[in-house]
Design a protein around this ligand. Structure first.
Ligand SMILES: Nc1ncnc2c1ncn2[C@@H]1O[C@H](COP(=O)(O)OP(=O)(O)OP(=O)(O)O)[C@@H](O)[C@H]1O
Ligand SMILES: Cc1ncc(C[n+]2csc(CCOP(=O)(O)O)c2C)c(N)n1
Ligand SMILES: [Mg+2]
Ligand SMILES: [Mg+2]
Ligand SMILES: [Mg+2]
Length: 288
């Protein structure tokens, strides 16, 4: 059983529409509030050698990335810390605060307790004008598929390509880009926390169309030999670029670097170079 399977169970208990985006969307006066919460653990998310500051930064960045993927502006972040050793707290909090400062958010609260494995839950709130909200649903056949930066860098670092260590440990959420793309009228968007392939299947799950990408167009991690680079770009997690679809005419969007990697198709399937794409990536799994 993996996390996507359990998501379907959650969808029998709360409105499954609520699971169809990176954030919950909540009416808030004449704007919309978006809200995301994400849990990270030492063993699955914080590679050896990471500083406490980087732990705080990453925990915050993943949540700001979900807010960005809705086209929203980040507002507040709360950080709940299940702390294994008390001396780690100040570095973690400073990293979280600095990430908030860089991306225009404010760290306003959280929670603290003792925990055997360092576990951090970051919760973020943002706002967006209703007309600029972007959802995972909304792709139309003929739209292009694009990403905001290079793919596979975080997993490249885990595979030993040290030049990508900073991208792995200090992910940069595309906060400005998300808002610019929302205003430009992109048709669907999400962030790529679990790898391109799983993200395309996430889009497939909520759209009435399909997605065809070309490996020749994938922006590969620098310094990685061809076949491995392609593998990392398709299936590696931890990148936090935005994946979006858009009517071809709106690209390029001024001020946003974007690489077109394929096209939205009418058939409900995910293709790479014309063949079905394997559905795998960074998935939490349970044995038995
Ligand atoms: N336990 C849960 N209960 C209710 N809603 C959930 C739960 N887990 C996830 N969701 C909702 O499902 C949607 C997708 O969440 P998911 O965690 O798969 O995406 P993500 O946060 O973008 O990815 P990642 O966690 O890999 O960064 C979100 O709207 C989220 O609020
Ligand atoms: C050991 C290790 N592997 C991969 C990464 C990259 N990474 C950071 S967060 C994340 C997924 C989103 O989180 P989640 O799906 O758990 O909410 C990934 C894949 C890492 N930091 N450490
Ligand atoms: Mg996301
Ligand atoms: Mg999540
Ligand atoms: Mg995930």
């Amino acid at each position: 059983m993996d996390e996507r399977g359990l998501h379907r169970l959650i969808g029998t208990i709360i409105d499954p529409e609520r699971l169809a985006d990176d954030c919950a969307v909540i009416p808030c006066g004449d704007r919309l509030m978006v809200a995301s919460t994400d849990m990270l653990h030492e063993t699955t998310d914080f590679p050896a050698g990471m500083t406490d500051w980087q732990v705080g930064w990453m925990s915050t960045a993943v949540t700001l990335s979900d807010i960005a993927s809705m086209g929203a502006a980040p507002g507040q972040v709360l950080l709940a810390v299940g702390l294994d050793r008390p001396e780690r707290l100040s570095g973690i909090m400073e990293g979280a605060r600095d990430c908030c400062t860089v991306f225009g958010a404010e760290l306003v609260g959280g929670d603290l307790d003792a925990h055997r494995e360092l576990t951090i839950v970051s919760t973020g709130l943002g706002t967006v004008a209703p007309e600029y909200l972007v959802r995972r649903r909304g792709a139309r056949p003929g739209d292009v598929i694009a990403v905001t930066g290079l793919l596979g860098e975080a997993q490249a670092a885990l595979n030993g390509y040290d030049r990508h260590t900073k991208e792995l440990l200090e992910p940069q959420p595309r906060v400005r880009e998300g808002q610019v793309l929302g205003r430009a009228g992109v048709s669907a968007m999400m962030d790529i926390s679990d790898g391109l392939a799983l993200s395309l299947y996430d889009l497939l799950a909520v759209n009435d169309c399909g997605f065809a990408v070309d490996t020749a167009r994938l922006p590969l991690p620098a310094g990685v030999p061809g076949e491995e680079g392609r593998e990392l770009a398709l299936y590696g997690g931890g990148d936090f670029e935005l994946l979006f679809t858009a009517p071809a005419g709106i690209l390029p969007v001024p001020g946003v670097t974007a690489h077109v990697i394929g096209e939205v198709i009418a058939e409900r399937t995910v293709l790479v170079d014309g063949k079905p794409l394997e559905r795998r990536g960074y998935l939490h799994e349970w044995s038995g």
